[in-house]
Design a binder for this molecule. Structure first.
Ligand code: ZN
Length: 257
């Protein structure tokens, strides 16, 4: 991989954007890497990604291939753990561009835990991640509808379901798995959504930091999205959507895939 200085990267991407007619800086310069350089080839292939043909989607923008979006998130997490954050993407100019609309490259369903904000742990900026957050990534119809909306109207082809170590919702689901009260009707509904996904683990002692249970839950949520949403299931089968589970490690800041 050839390395460029940041100025060269920006110039190259701007040229690519001009050639491809990319109108939104949210996608064209959005991931100018600071700590890790995404290959020029990856940037080029992004610009060449064909427009989806869904009747729900506008034709003025180009969707980002899920493999490319995934690499951006992975590179962003590397920057996060190294403390070499991007310096673009939050200016008044960026906000101005985003008044024309949003075309996030990824959907991230993650826990509401204050230590796991996807925009920070993936070092992504305004307009780049469509975030849906619930404790334990628990699913209900509004969560699924939010993802269906983004998939149908905003163009992202990647959904990341990200659990994390030391998850309080997972801990609550484990402690009430044999019928205990989580504290309210709402909390009971939340743990009841999580419990079937970790049910097979209830006969063994909980893992350190609930790591195993959190992983199993995140993978289960990723699978349940397709089972519970016809829109998501069809997009996956048509090759227009990739759903990937992930696990954030609270101590190291690393996202495991
Ligand atoms: Zn959590």
């Amino acid at each position: 991989m050839k390395r460029f200085d940041n100025g060269s990267v920006l110039l190259f991407i701007l040229i690519q954007a001009a050639i491809a007619g990319v109108g939104s800086t949210a996608t064209s310069k959005s991931d100018v890497p600071v700590g890790d350089v995404v290959s020029a080839g990856a940037e080029k292939s992004t610009a060449a990604t064909p427009i989806l043909s869904s009747p729900h989607q506008k034709s003025e923008f180009k969707s980002i291939a899920p493999e490319v979006a995934l690499k951006w998130l992975q590179h962003g997490n590397t920057r996060f753990t190294k403390g070499t954050f991007r310096k673009d993407g939050v200016s008044s100019e960026d906000r101005k561009h985003l008044t024309e609309g949003q075309h996030p490259h990824s959907i991230v369903l993650s826990c509401s835990d204050s230590r796991v904000p996807p925009e920070l742990v993936f070092d992504q900026k305004l307009g780049e991640i469509f975030a849906v957050r619930t404790a334990g990534e628990a699913l209900d119809s509004t969560v699924i509808a939010s993802i269906e909306y983004a998939v149908s109207h905003l163009g992202p082809q990647l959904v990341v379901v990200m659990g994390h170590t030391q998850c309080g919702a997972i801990k609550a689901a484990i402690s009430t798995i044999n019928g205990g009260d989580a504290g309210s009707d709402h909390l009971n509904k939340l743990v009841k959504d999580i419990q079937p996904r970790i049910d097979l683990l209830k006969r063994v002692p909980a893992s350190v930091d609930y790591l195993t249970e959190a992983w199993v839950n995140a993978k289960g949520v990723a699978a349940d999205l397709a089972k519970r949403s016809k829109i998501i299931d069809e997009k996956i089968k048509q090759g227009q959507l990739l759903v990937v589970p992930a696990l954030y490690h609270i101590e190291s800041g690393k996202v495991e895939w």
